[in-house]
Write a protein that binds this ligand. Structure first.
Ligand code: CA
Length: 231
């Protein structure tokens, strides 16, 4: 099966050379040219590995790496660091990068590191921490890539927060999730809202995706604990 690689880099020359080489080796390669879009793609799509440059416009590779790990995205990641920037290597590994390689590098070395990394970690198909582009439960179909949800082929309007909430439920289906966890993971670490807010938003989400919101079929309440998504 083709391994899917996300390459986040803004130098057109390097993007072209490395992309060509990876494709010749049989990889499927997607590229992003800045940190923001790289983060969005790495969060919303499934990749087998990410090659991430540190020096990027809009958001540095270090920030992208940290945000990905905080969001629970565990895709294997190789960081490209500039020569002499030892601090980037240390910080990168601390923030959750699996390996790093210093620019300028030999293509063959990068390929060897990438292969080693892909062998070392289980493939994303075995441990789906990020859902594939489309997920369906009951009559509801979620397209993560396009951030669209429909039920019985009718579009459902979700707020950005509701979408993140639904996404978190799907990613953790079957697990009991506390309100505090939802606050931390969906609202963010510094959210100044009470757990009651979580209940309100879950209720709204149920209104939109459940056939009968008073007797939810997918987002269940686990009394005294939180919620559990089944679907
Ligand atoms: Ca760069």
């Amino acid at each position: 099966m083709n391994k899917r690689i996300l390459f986040v880099e803004d130098e057109p020359g390097l993007v072209m050379t490395l992309t060509d080489r990876l494709r010749n080796e049989g990889y499927t390669v997607e590229t992003s040219v800045d940190g923001e879009s790289g983060l969005a793609r790495a969060t919303n799509e499934r990749f087998d590995a990410i090659i991430l440059d540190v020096m990027l416009p809009r958001k540095s590779g270090l920030d992208v790496c940290r945000d990905l790990r905080q969001r629970g995205v565990t895709t294997p990641l190789i960081m490209l660091t500039a020569r002499g920037q030892i601090v980037d290597k240390v910080v990168g590994l601390k923030l959750g990068a699996d390996d790093y390689i210093t620019k300028p590098f030999e293509m063959s070395e990068l390929l060897a590191r990438l292969e080693a990394l892909l062998r070392r970690v289980p493939t994303t198909t075995e441990t789906p921490t990020v859902p594939s582009d489309v997920y369906q439960f009951g009559p509801v179909r979620v397209n993560f890539r396009r951030a669209e949800v429909e039920s019985n082929s009718e579009p459902i309007e979700l707020s950005a927060l509701e979408f993140r909430l639904l996404r978190y439920f799907i990613e953790h289906r079957g697990a009991t999730i506390s309100r505090d966890e939802l606050l931390n993971e969906v609202w963010g670490y510094h959210a100044l809202v009470s757990t009651r807010t979580v209940d309100v938003h879950v209720a709204w989400l149920r209104q939109k995706i459940e056939q009968n919101p008073r007797h939810p079929q997918f987002i269940l309440t686990v009394h005294g604990m939180g919620y559990k998504f089944v679907g």
